[in-house]
Design a protein around this ligand. Sequence first.
Ligand SMILES: [Zn+2]
Ligand SMILES: [Zn+2]
Length: 174
Amino acid sequence: MDTLLVPIGDVDPKVIETLRHDLARAFKKKILLARGMPQPDYAFNRRRNQYLSTAILKAMAEKKAYSIYEKVLGIIDHDLYVPRLNFVFGEAGRDVAIISLTRLRNEFYNLPKDLPLFRKRVLTEAVHELGHTYGLGHCGNPHCVMFFSNSLIDTDAKGPDFCARCKAKLPDQT
Ligand SMILES: [Zn+2]
Ligand SMILES: [Zn+2]
C-alpha cells in the first residue's frame, strides 16, 4: 500500500520531490504525489496568523480520492497551531498527517540559510508524524525520531531514524 504526499497551497515543488525521495528510502515504500489541495482558508486564524492543523487534517481525511492510500501526508508552507499550543511542527490523525515547513528553516530564526539541514528537518518531521499514523507514541530516546520535539534543538538532535524498539513496532519493515 502506498503513501500519498499532498502539497497544501503553494509549496516549493523541489522540497516536495526531495521529501518524496527521502521518505521512500526511509519507509521502503512507494510514495505518490497528489496534485494538491487549495490554500486552506477555512483553517486560517486571523488573530493568531496561523492555520489550525486539525481542520486541515479533517479536510484531508474527508477527501474520497485519498481514501485508497494507506497513509496521506500533507505539506504546508504556513505556520500551524492547535488550540493550547503556540505552534506545532505537525499533527497526525489516524491515517493522515501534516507537517509545516515554516519553522524548519533557519531563516525563521534569523539564522543563515542551511539547505541540507532544512532537508533533514523536513524528513525528520515527516517521519515523526507518519510514525504516529502507524500507531507509535512518543519515545523517551532523544535520538529516536519519535522523541517529542519542543524546539528545533530536539529535532536536530534526534534526526530521522527510529530507535530499535520503535522500528520493531512498524509494520512490514524489511
Ligand atoms: Zn509527536
Ligand atoms: Zn523510539
